[in-house]
Design a binder for this molecule. Sequence first.
Ligand code: SF4
Length: 397
Amino acid sequence: MDNNHNSRYEWNTPKNNLLNCNTDGNINNINKDELGKSAISCTKFNHFLRFLDILHKNLNKDSAVEEISKVGNEEIRAFKVLISTVLSARTKDETTSEVSKRLFKRIKNIDDLVTINQSELEKHIYPVGFYKTKAKHLKELAKIVKNDYNGKIPNRLEDLIKLPGVGRKTANLVITLAFDDYGICVDTHVHRICNRWEYVDTENPNETEAELRKKLPKKYWKIINNLLVVYGREVCSPIPKCDKCFDEIKEICPYYKKLRYFSEILNKYNFRKVSKNNIPNEKGTYILKIKLNNSKNITFGKNKTERFKKGYYFYVGSAMGNSNNLKNRIGRHLRDDKKMHWHIDYLLKHGNIKEIYISNKPVESEVSKDLIKMINFVEGFGSSDCKCKSHLFYLKP
Ligand code: SF4
């Protein structure tokens, strides 16, 4: 396996960093340096390091910006990493790579960026996403670097994040890839995967970066972005391609365990997927998969307010009563003018039904009790008339 991409990073199998866990997953040898101040289960900590180790050994590809950062002295690397990371936001890796190569033939340093005409710059960076805004930011940024930093890209996070179009993600990448200093670049892939692995429990990349700074041993800071960006783009994507994932990873991935458990429950109770337009006039149990695009505080029931995090919710409902069938019960959930009668109506005001599963068996309570064993739930939601703790289950995005 070509591990050229990793040669710039010092790497040992994480044996020395692994914690000594009890059989119940708690820590025997508490190591404050390694764990930081935040509590995390010992097993999760070790599994995450194993996950990084497996990726490090098996991936043979680098992200576009990582590739770009491999040549040149510190000054050239800083210039190229900064520009190409600004270009990479909301853009495919292949496009970033192609456009950067083309652009760096025309502009070699900050002076070139100061003098190039904005409309010519736009032409060079098309088709990256938001190319007009990015061209404007690059022009402004070049002037500031020229005037305030003597034409040299600053090497401090605090200075970098003041530049137009530069957020913490870009600044951290410049720090690590150009100046070989300690930073943690958290983009959408790093944020998503760290949450799926339950290494952090956060709502946005900035929170994830702060948590990783507390929990992740420093030797993994520089490399984590490259590993997770490549894997997040190709395998552990927003809709994960678990069938393409390494077997040794699947064995320990908490997210995969939940997905697999959920499909086992669907099989156990003979659920089948139906479309919104094809719900039968039959009695039975149903599960709605609801997507919430942004975290929200939602009040439901008798003024109970909960924070509903962005992600997927699974609502288990029943259409077994005399005047009920699946078609009219689910039909009421799908209507825009809901009567705000059930707890679920309050969630559906903000989220969208993505999938519907139905079973002809009267198994609402059994399904809920099974899901509670493995999947996070919202206490008391939709379960006032049965002995279940909840009928609403949560899975991170
Ligand atoms: S098993 Fe699935 S969820 Fe887990 S890391 Fe692999 S792709 Fe991601």
